[in-house]
Ligand binder design. Structure first.
Ligand SMILES: Cc1ncc(C[n+]2csc(CCOP(=O)(O)OP(=O)(O)O)c2C)c(N)n1
Ligand code: SF4
Ligand SMILES: [Mg+2]
Length: 248
């Protein structure tokens, strides 16, 4: 096996991660820590409720936990009171696109000068693996053993919807399904902070992230599932970039 990156000891210390083996959240955390190490100020992080809250002990900066799904609203208020701080909300797909969809939508409509990282694992992982707005058609979850059916509607293209709004300065979807994918996560997060600094508007990064535990797969199968299935419904790439054009 080839080592492509050494774990960042700042993020891992003192007791290692609490994520399941093969979870994508550790890769996001390490990428985030690398990006923050290059910045001249530490962001303040607003962490949502979900498996994402296992990140709190490892964040490279101050942390405030938000009520489930409402972290975008909390981050908006903080940024308005502390406009010189870099503010980053981190939320799961269930919180961002489901229970907190209204707060997320209006944060985007207002074009808040914050960065949001959405961890899309297609499931409500922390509460036991329930169907989420993002679960793919046919995919079984713990509480929907027959899989997502027509009665549930199709998976929600929430980032595509938000990308149409003038307040969204930057929106990119990336995937943890390869070493290259992890590098792209890092690059996208760095870009999102640049956008926040430029004052252009909201920057959002959606990360397609494996959850081997609730997908009932091993780590390799989970990466393959993202490459072969999730990315066909949720294509990766830049969905909005209004940094230079001022386009609405
Ligand atoms: C207002 C509110 N509703 C519901 C819950 C229960 N709850 C906690 S975490 C969670 C699901 C989290 O799913 P997601 O946001 O996708 O994060 P993941 O666990 O997948 O990382 C739910 C429904 C809560 N804590 N607060
Ligand atoms: S349940 Fe899924 S999202 Fe939660 S820590 Fe485990 S692998 Fe990660
Ligand atoms: Mg989730």
């Amino acid at each position: 096996m080839k080592v492509v990156a050494e774990p960042n000891s700042t993020a891992l210390a003192p007791h290692g991660f609490d994520f399941c083996p093969g979870c994508g959240y550790g890769s996001v955390l390490l990428a985030l820590t690398d990006v923050v190490a290059e910045l001249d100020q530490k962001p303040v992080f607003m962490v949502d409720i979900g498996c994402v809250d296992f990140m709190t002990a490892h964040m490279p900066g101050d942390v405030i936990m938000g009520p489930h799904g409402r972290t975008g609203a909390l981050a908006s208020g903080y940024k308005r009171m502390q406009p010189d701080r870099l503010v980053c909300a981190i939320q799961g797909d269930g919180g961002f696109m489901g229970l907190g969809a209204a707060e997320s939508l209006h944060t985007a409509v207002r074009g808040e000068q914050i960065t949001i990282i959405v961890l899309n694992n297609g499931v409500l992982a922390d509460t036991g693996g329930q169907l989420a707005a993002t679960t793919l058609a046919g995919k079984a979850t713990s509480t929907t053993p027959l899989g997502r059916g027509p009665q549930h509607g199709p998976p929600l293209p929430f980032l595509e919807m938000l990308a149409t709004l003038g307040g969204v300065a930057y929106a990119e979807r990336v995937a943890i399904d390869s070493a290259l994918g992890v590098r792209r996560v890092r690059r996208a997060i760095a870009k999102a902070f640049e956008v926040q600094r430029s004052g252009a508007g909201l920057s959002i990064i959606e990360v397609l992230s494996p959850c081997p535990t609730h997908w009932r797969m091993d780590s390799v199968q989970a990466w393959e599932y993202i490459s072969e299935s999730v990315r066909t419904v949720y294509p990766t790439g830049v969905l909005a970039d209004r940094r230079d054009t001022g386009d609405t």
